[in-house]
Design a binder for this molecule. Sequence first.
Ligand SMILES: *[C@@H]1O[C@H](CO)[C@@H](O)[C@H](O)[C@H]1NC(C)=O
Ligand SMILES: *[C@@H]1O[C@H](CO)[C@@H](O)[C@H](O)[C@H]1NC(C)=O
Ligand SMILES: *[C@@H]1O[C@H](CO)[C@@H](O)[C@H](O)[C@H]1NC(C)=O
Ligand SMILES: *[C@@H]1O[C@H](CO)[C@@H](O)[C@H](O)[C@H]1NC(C)=O
Ligand SMILES: *[C@@H]1O[C@H](CO)[C@@H](O)[C@H](O)[C@H]1NC(C)=O
Ligand SMILES: *[C@@H]1O[C@H](CO)[C@@H](O)[C@H](O)[C@H]1NC(C)=O
Length: 581
Amino acid sequence: MMLSATTFLAALLLITAAKPMAPCTMVVHESRAAPSKGFVQSAGAPAEQELTLRIALKQNNIAGLQAELYKVSDPASKFYGQHLSTEEVAEFVKPTDETLAAVSSWLSENKISSKPVTPAGDMLEIKIPVSQANDLLSAEFSVFTHVKTGRTSIRTLQYSLPVPLTQHIEFLHPTTIFTPPLDSMPRFVAVNPAKRATPGFDDAPASCASTITPACLQAIYGIPTTPATQTSNTLGVAGFINEWANQADLTAFLTRFRPDINSSTTFALETLDGGSNPQDSSQAGTEAVGTVLVHSLQYYTGMTSKYTVGIATGVPVTFISAGEDAPDGLEGFLDMITLLINDTNRPNVLSTSYSFNDETDLGISVASTVCNTYLQLSALGTSLIFSSGDGGVSGGGQSANCTNFVAPFPAGCPFITTVGSTSGITEVGVFFSSGGFSNYFPTPDYQAGDVAAYVASLGTTYAGKYNGSGRGFPDVSAQGMLFETVWDNLSVLADGTSCSAPTFASIIALLNDELVAAGKPTLGFLNPFLYSPAGRAALNDITSGINPGCGTLGFSASAGWDPITGLGTPNYTALRTAVGL
Ligand SMILES: *[C@@H]1O[C@H](CO)[C@@H](O)[C@H](O)[C@H]1NC(C)=O
Ligand SMILES: *[C@@H]1O[C@H](CO)[C@@H](O)[C@H](O)[C@H]1NC(C)=O
Ligand SMILES: *[C@@H]1O[C@H](CO)[C@@H](O)[C@H](O)[C@H]1NC(C)=O
Ligand SMILES: *[C@@H]1O[C@H](CO)[C@@H](O)[C@H](O)[C@H]1NC(C)=O
Ligand SMILES: *[C@@H]1O[C@H](CO)[C@@H](O)[C@H](O)[C@H]1NC(C)=O
Ligand SMILES: *[C@@H]1O[C@H](CO)[C@@H](O)[C@H](O)[C@H]1NC(C)=O
């Protein structure tokens, strides 16, 4: 049968209207051959199940924001301390009108509504059923199971975009990344057998070789015990994956270790993604992970909040808790930062004792976007302080069977300060202290000389196992072994870079308190200062210790920066002078 010309045209129009993108060529945007190690594909995803996807749009000038960050955080710059406003940051990261128009017409042609989830509108959220996502993206969403934990997630090994959109969209997420659960566990060493008859406030440093208490940290680093005075100067402590801070244990901890301050001192709570801070430990037992694990996790997060409350005397602490419902596919890591970018009461310092074991599990596009989100928060003036990880050169965890050295995430992001671990009164680098070089992020200028010198000192040792043009970490270090704390009213000891990060963060919070009192700006992004001649002179250079892993002895600490202890540990008195107090 022959169609008349008009009928043919009408039919063509009908087809075009129904499948508007049909004439558009699709191109594979992201793909992988198989899921990450530890995940298996277990079933097809139910066609009608709703997916929440984030669309990361191209930001208009991230390089410009980076230049601005260095301008305001380099002590030699006349703009030092002039942190940006949320609006100023948004100008750099908002998508162009062209990008917005292209993406919104694609979504509306497909009858999909979206909402921006960042203040600058550079990340959109859509909710569509699996069947529509498969059509829209030429994808095959399936259920994948993380074998060790039994946790399931819906992912695809590949997805495509219409060719004209590839210049406007960085990625859709979560699609092709398989993030193993966050690593955060400190080593739960032992119940402390040394029953102290009296609180150990002034018995440092003799006992500090076997047990670290707030008094030890005060003695070793010269941290003042006089309370901070500025109520606007807050210190944030990040909590994820149902790890909580327990007030009863904090009170017991303060009664025992800080008899000089009010033992009812508490912290504020901010939650996201369904996060909470239950105080009844029996509630924790309802979690599938098992009571013992939850208890040690709870004890641990409690510890980071205890050590910040216990050291940053008088600084208001906010415990920021992300729940399990994180739609960011990153356990709330991205959502927490996005929340703080849009929060004018954001803390001046944020201490995070969690990391992903291996940056390559996130993939370069997601890792870069999260790192650029840290860039935004740093430009706003928050000092972001992260533990480097507890796997030596084998990454964040303990058990990786690696040939090449592994960089945890976000340790290798250049816009944060990464903290490794030391131990002993004469401090040495600790074997578990993660350190090395990112495979994704290049060496930033502020540490270029340090990284080049260390790499040169290695010669051909470990050639091919690490990337000497990557960002080196950690930046600094602090005590991280045998921290005495209180869990379920028991005295326990813990190890990990998870102990070091809140220690360093507390010191920065106390310096900020003095700066605010003196009418000066807070420190913001720390690295250009730390690596400056004045900054490095205020740190104790640690020159011995190794961090084994991947069947090697790992790197060695040495004079100057090294990938175990960074530039060294803090000296409060010297830092005070170096920041101009
Ligand atoms: C940012 O905060 C403002 C004011 O609190 C709020 O109206 C807005 O929805 C927030 N934006 C995002 C993306 O969360
Ligand atoms: C200790 O702190 C609690 C909680 O903030 C407060 O109610 C109490 O009055 C304080 N006690 C003293 C002696 O300051
Ligand atoms: C590491 O390798 C050893 C020996 O080949 C093997 O027994 C072990 O299961 C591996 N561990 C992991 C976590 O893959
Ligand atoms: C090493 O790092 C640099 C800078 O991040 C990167 O451009 C390069 O591709 C990396 N090389 C390898 C082999 O991963
Ligand atoms: C915690 O232990 C102390 C000393 O062992 C005891 O006095 C106190 O009653 C205990 N607190 C709770 C809540 O069990
Ligand atoms: C800290 O630095 C000061 C000089 O500013 C020095 O006198 C002191 O000994 C240092 N303290 C430590 C523990 O290194």
